[in-house]
Design a protein around this ligand. Structure first.
Ligand SMILES: *Cc1c(COP(=O)(O)O)cnc(C)c1O
Length: 371
């Protein structure tokens, strides 16, 4: 625990655990498979600058981002490997993407025509991957109509202004549905692949959950995300090393009489004489508001309940049962303290969301501390 820190609250990132997790992915997919770590949303909130060097442990082929700005930032950091922008981007951003040598992903013939035009004008070879929609529905060429678009795509891509670097699909339920839907999507993708043949680059389909549950689907490359950052992927049985801890300091202690109300809405009322500790973290730091009167934190390795609503800048815990808490002590909202742990996924479950949203929700107000 980075106990010597002066901050009121902070995020701790274990780079050692992060490296172990990417190495576990390498172990699962073997040496011939390309790994494209997903580092969108500032590496799931951890800070791309913090994690980039550790990701090298798995010898990545390239990196996956969601926006042109994220890709440009990576180039600024000196990354010269392929950078694939996996979300659809507006045509207005094509020029900037090309200038930074980003690979974009395409879901329509019109978007390829635009990419061709921009590449031609700039006299630069634009790279792209084709997304195939096998059930996700939000983007991609419809797998059903490959006979139509496959042919046209091949004709357009033949011009030497562009390079068709890869073809991929994305699973919608690989973390919750061990069986059928992932297999059906995979089968649809294989059918599409057989129709496309030649000139369509590398094939890749697996996110974290699929890598763990269906390693045989690894194809030419895989796109791990949440597992690297310590999020559990449901039914796989293999747990990642926890990477992120969330800590806050005790900033006030209060001894209250019976019936003292607490917080917005006075949603908590003391049941007798109680001792409360005010912690310097709130939803303004990304701590989920849903955890009011619901979550727990660790102080001195003991679980204590969060009482009242989560405010923007503070929460309050009931430490009536716990002796010896002092102002300045560290509370753990996610992570280990003594023999106890509160996992990222426990917090996500209580907040009725997913670990992804908890991580990406941690705001810039929290310093990221590398341990
Ligand atoms: C975010 C993303 C991934 C990674 O998913 P995880 O569940 O975090 O492993 C893979 N592929 C695409 C296209 C993505 O957008």
């Amino acid at each position: 625990m980075a106990n010597n820190l002066l901050s009121r609250s902070w995020v701790e990132i274990s780079l050692d655990s992060l490296s172990k997790n990417v190495l576990a992915v390498r172990e699962l997919v073997g040496n011939d498979c390309r790994i494209i770590p997903m580092i969108k949303a500032d590496a799931y909130g951890l800070g791309v600058d913090n994690v980039l060097a550790s990701l090298e442990a798995c010898n990545p082929w390239g990196f996956g981002v969601a926006t042109v700005a994220e890709g440009c930032h990576l180039r600024d950091l000196g990354v010269d490997k392929p950078i694939v922008v996996f979300s659809p981007i507006p045509y207005q951003s094509y020029r900037e993407a090309l200038a930074a040598d980003l690979t974009i992903t395409l879901s329509s013939l019109e978007s390829l025509e635009r990419w061709l035009c921009v590449s031609k004008e700039s006299r630069t070879c634009g790279r792209f991957h084709v997304e195939v929609d096998t059930g996700m529905g939000r983007a991609g060429f419809d797998w059903n109509t490959v006979d139509y678009w496959g042919e046209k795509l091949r004709m357009l891509a033949k011009r030497d202004q562009v390079v068709w670097e890869g073809t991929y699909t994305h699973f919608h339920s690989s973390d919750t549905d061990l069986g059928s839907s992932t297999e059906i999507q995979y089968e649809r993708f294989c059918k599409t692949q057989r129709k496309l043949s030649q000139g369509d680059g590398m094939y890749h389909v697996c996110n974290s959950a699929a890598i763990l549950v269906k390693p045989s689907f690894r194809a030419d490359g895989v796109r791990p995300g949440i597992f690297i950052y310590g999020g559990n992927v449901g039914m796989s049985g293999q747990e990642p090393e926890p990477v992120v801890s969330l800590r806050a300091r005790v900033v006030l202690l209060r001894d209250v009489e019976k019936n003292t109300t607490l917080g917005y809405g006075a949603s908590y009322r003391s049941k007798g004489q109680e001792r409360w500790a005010v912690l310097s973290i709130g939803y303004g730091d990304g701590f989920p508001r849903k955890l009011g009167n619901r979550g727990e934190t660790l102080i001195h390795g003991i679980r204590v309940p969060i009482i009242g609503r989560v405010s923007m800048d503070t929460i309050v815990v009931n430490i009536t049962e716990l002796q010896g808490v002092k102002i300045g002590d560290v509370a753990t909202l996610i992570g280990k303290d003594g023999g106890q742990a509160i996992t990222l996924d426990e917090v996500a479950d209580l907040a009725e969301t997913v670990s992804y949203e908890i991580l990406t929700g941690l705001t810039p107000r929290l310093p990221r501390v590398l341990v």
